[in-house]
Write a new protein. Structure first.
Length: 67
């Protein structure tokens, strides 16, 4: 999966990075490399389903796909 991220210089130093297509998915880093590493982790957590959300619908079938 490819996602565009937006890196912005932070007033306190370093960078703030966000993912426009994933509202609320934001991270920071001291350098561009740190910020990109941190946002990769944030994206993985953002996209990770929770057990509660999967079992909330009676009769739902859960499958995993790769995109």
């Amino acid at each position: 999966m490819k996602l565009q991220v937006l890196l912005e210089p932070s007033e306190a130093g370093g960078y703030t990075v966000s993912v426009p297509s994933l509202p609320g998915c934001i991270s920071e880093g001291e350098s561009i490399e740190d910020a990109l590493s941190n946002i990769r982790e944030a994206i993985a957590l953002y996209l990770e389903p929770t057990e509660d959300s999967l079992s909330a619908i009676d009769g739902a079938i859960v499958r995993e796909i790769v995109v």
